[in-house]
Design a protein around this ligand. Structure first.
Ligand code: ATP
Ligand code: MG
Length: 138
């Protein structure tokens, strides 16, 4: 099995935590680890360091540090791609066009406040999991 880091971002943790976690289980993912964490600004900057310098970076850091997020290690065959598929595209308008049943089509408020995060590849998943949980499940 493959592992990925999934995050329910702060606004959707407040509003849709149980709904999203139930959908994750219904989709056949094993939630190997879960914790509620409020990222500091410094942690959010590190988490999204690849986007440093982009015009939305400060807003992204504000958004991700505004309240607690649900951090999960999802485990399943092909977990990285399947979780990104379930999230849909970052922009909810696009998500509603191409994947109306995706989480972002249903729960994102804008391209910034887009409800969920998922690691984009194997290296990114390992880095994300180490950063949030400290280690990779065996
Ligand atoms: P994530 O990395 O959160 O899983 P993603 O890989 O689909 O999402 P990225 O391009 O990595 O999207 O962007 C990271 C996050 O930055 C997005 O999820 C969103 O919250 C924010 N973001 C991306 N593009 C924009 C934009 N043009 N304007 C505002 N915020 C944006
Ligand atoms: Mg990304």
């Amino acid at each position: 099995t493959e592992h990925t880091l999934a995050v329910i971002k702060p606004d959707s943790t407040q509003e849709h935590k149980d709904t999203i976690m139930n959908k994750i289980k219904e989709a056949g993912f094993c939630i190997s680890q879960v914790k509620e964490t409020k990222l500091t600004r410094e942690m959010a900057e590190e988490f999204y360091k690849d986007h440093k310098g982009k015009d939305f970076f400060n807003n992204l850091v504000d958004y991700m540090s505004q309240g607690p997020s649900i951090m999960m290690i999802l485990s399943k065959e092909n977990a990285i791609a399947e979780w990104r598929e379930m999230m849909g595209p970052a922009d909810p308008e696009q998500a509603m066009q191409v994947k109306p049943d995706s989480l972002r089509a249903q729960f994102a408020k804008s391209i910034l406040e887009n409800a969920v995060h998922g690691s984009s590849n194997v290296q990114h998943a390992m880095d994300n999991i180490k950063f949030i949980f400290g280690d990779i499940p065996s």
